[in-house]
Design a protein around this ligand. Structure first.
Ligand code: FNR
Length: 352
């Protein structure tokens, strides 16, 4: 039998994250794709040895889309639609519940096409009744379909993903994108929960975010490059016509944050976040909260649920430690920290 696309995505994404060893992070610390110029390693906090505060002064609680979050972290959209991905969703939701993170399901298109897949998404809400849970759809969805997806899991928000690069490399992918902006606007008008628009690892530019603000969306998740690479994943599923040259396409997450700030929308950051220092860097560049997908999935699949809970707990603990030495009582205070940008990021920041 041909492998289901959703199962293949999980397999190929995990393969990307395990193949580069990250010895200094240790077991469960998670390997991740190699650092590239213009990525998070080009964002450096200036060290001020007397900036520190007391650990108990640090408070990670924050407000996102008008709701209180206990940490500025979320497990970003991944999966659902098959028995195996349903089990993954259940485990991700338990990990989110145990650590207090927000969580998104993967695209709920499988549910819109076949209601019998409902039970592969609903565990996210069943396991986490009080959690901030986000539904996820593509921009082809109708307002009625968006209502159904949100309703199934009583979602607190809807993520709409924009994935044009993935679609063209995907053998069976979409080839028409011109209707997306209108479709987003219609969904925003029809829903009574906030709509977040995200990329899937190629980044949202400032120009895109400005347009999204006009369409009425509530927040943008820049979901930049540097982590899971969907050009590579879909290329791995192709039999004919190699798109390997598209690997690495897009804006890195720090470049996208710099480009998209001051465009009228609250920003969330994801894509290539490897460890708590990357979380702090994204917050310093103005993100309200920071998400990860591939790294958390990889820990879950390779080391199990307890390891994922332990890893997220470590991230929360170490983010608190980093804020302590940086003198940031609240996550928003990180934006006042002195940072130095590498050459390509300074050019990106300077060009605005
Ligand atoms: C994803 N991602 C994703 N995004 C989305 O909006 N809807 C989806 O259905 C999926 N599916 C999906 C499957 C798998 C296996 C992975 C790893 C990822 C993209 C994800 O939300 C995120 O934007 C990117 O993965 C970049 O973040 P990381 O992985 O570098 O942290």
């Amino acid at each position: 039998m041909t492998e289901n696309r959703k199962d293949a995505h999980v397999r190929l994404a995990v393969a990307q994250h395990v193949e580069v060893p990250a010895p200094r992070l240790g077991r469960g610390g998670g390997a991740s794709p190699a650092a590239r110029p213009g990525g998070f390693d080009d964002v450096r906090f200036v060290h001020h040895a007397l900036a520190g505060i007391d650990r108990e002064q640090v408070d990670l609680r924050t407000t996102v889309l008008g709701r209180a979050w206990t940490t500025p972290l979320y497990i970003n959209a991944m999966t659902g639609g098959t028995a195996e991905t349903g089990r993954i969703n259940r485990s991700l939701a338990i990990a989110a519940r145990e650590t207090g993170l927000a969580i998104a399901t993967g695209s709920m298109s499988p549910y819109l096409k076949d209601e019998s897949t409902a039970g592969t998404f609903s565990p996210v809400r069943d396991e986490y009744p009080d959690g901030f849970v986000m539904a996820n759809l593509n921009a082809n969805a109708t307002p009625e379909q968006a209502r159904r997806a949100v309703g199934l899991i009583e979602a607190d928000a809807l993520q709409i993903h924009l994935n044009p690069v993935q679609e063209i490399v995907m053998p069976e992918g979409d080839r028409s994108f011109g209707h997306w902006a209108g479709s987003i606007e219609a969904i925003v008008k029809a829903l009574d929960v906030p709509v977040i628009v995200k990329e899937v690892g190629f980044g949202l530019s400032g120009r895109t975010v400005a347009l999204l603000a006009e369409l009425g969306v509530a927040a943008a998740d820049v979901a930049g490059s540097g982590g899971t690479d969907f050009a590579r994943i879909e290329n791995g599923r192709r039999e004919h016509g190699d798109y390997a040259y598209l690997e690495g396409w897009g804006l890195s997450t720090p470049a996208a944050l710099l480009d998209a700030r001051d465009q009228g929308l609250p920003l969330l950051a994801s894509g290539g976040v490897r460890h708590p220092l990357d979380v702090a860097r994204a917050l310093a560049l103005g993100a309200r909260a920071v998400g990860a997908s591939g790294p958390f999935l990889t820990t879950l699949v390779t080391d199990g649920l307890d390891a994922l809970v332990a890893r997220i707990t470590t991230w929360i603990d170490q983010l608190t430690a980093l804020m302590t030495i940086l003198g940031a009582r609240r996550t928003g205070d990180l934006t006042a920290c002195d940072i130095q940008l590498g050459d390509s990021l300074s050019r990106a920041a300077g060009s605005r």
